[in-house]
Design a binder for this molecule. Structure first.
Ligand SMILES: O=C[C@H](O)COP(=O)(O)O
Length: 258
């Protein structure tokens, strides 16, 4: 039994404005209030425009819910129109910054090199990166999911020292399972999450590898989360669509009750 604390994170993607965000987080707080969920870390990943509202609510009501951004600039300041920097996110007391989500890789051509720069930008600003990796359907059909995903892990962690690497969160998200209702089997998830931990052990040693939290993401719901979480190398979930329904996300957070 590992002592890694599971991280259940809701990636809202481009949904919920800053007023809807407040109502949503209030519902989450209410849904989790009667339950000691100390043993599970809960985070929301709203759009940038919601972060200040979420911060105010979390601070004001002393909520245990953490929050973070869905992306981070590789640069800390300067002429980078449209980007949001690590110092800005740190000032909002974000805990996390997602890096290399497959939608960023697909629609914004984010490379492993850029993801690596973003991972370093997050660490430089005391944010924990959630580095997303995972294969598309063609790679899966060819049976190359492990090699493909490990190459993304190598790229994202290039020149990241062990003392930072041990705090990173890696989210394994098979692209074919995102938003499709196609959930990977728990065995599929374990195969790649286990391989990721193995690679971390090769890169940094077993002690570091055992500290890193590895999430699964892709059509996670209250009905499938418990079986996925039962796998030894799965330490949480990165939840998209189902995190927009507060009641459903609360059930996912309470996966041990399912
Ligand atoms: O970041 C979350 C993932 O892309 C999963 O999204 P989904 O739960 O809607 O499949």
């Amino acid at each position: 039994m590992s002592d890694r604390i599971p991280l259940m994170a809701g990636n809202w993607k481009m949904n919920l404005n800053h007023l809807e965000a407040i109502a949503h987080v209030q519902k989450l707080a209410f849904g989790l209030a009667d339950k000691d969920y100390e043993a599970v870390e809960v985070a929301v990943l709203p759009p940038f425009t919601d972060l200040r509202s979420v911060q105010t609510l979390v601070d004001g009501d002393k909520l245990k819910i953490k929050y973070g951004a869905q992306d981070i600039s590789a640069h800390d300041s300067g002429a980078y129109t449209g980007e949001v920097s690590g110092p800005m996110l740190a000032k909002l007391r974000c805990a996390y910054a997602v890096v290399g989500h497959s939608e960023r890789r697909q629609y914004h051509d984010e490379t492993d090199e850029l993801c690596n720069a973003k991972v370093k930008a997050a660490f430089r600003n005391d944010l924990t990166p959630i580095l997303c990796v995972g294969e598309g359907l063609d790679v899966r059909k060819a049976g190359n999911q492990v090699a493909h995903t490990l190459a993304q892990v190598d790229g994202g962690l290039k020149d990241v020292p062990a003392e930072q690497a041990e705090t990173i969160v890696i989210a394994y998200e098979p692209v074919w399972a995102i938003g499709t209702g196609e959930v990977a089997t728990p065995e599929d998830a374990q195969e790649v999450c286990g391989a990721i931990r193995g690679r971390l052990a090769e890169l940094y040693g077993q002690e570091v590898a055992d500290k890193v939290r590895i999430q699964y993401g892709g059509s996670v719901k209250s009905g499938n989360v418990a079986a996925i979480m039962a796998k030894p190398d799965v330490d949480g979930a990165l939840v998209g669509g189902a995190s927009l329904d507060a009641d459903e996300f609360v059930k996912i957070v309470r996966f041990r009750d399912q």
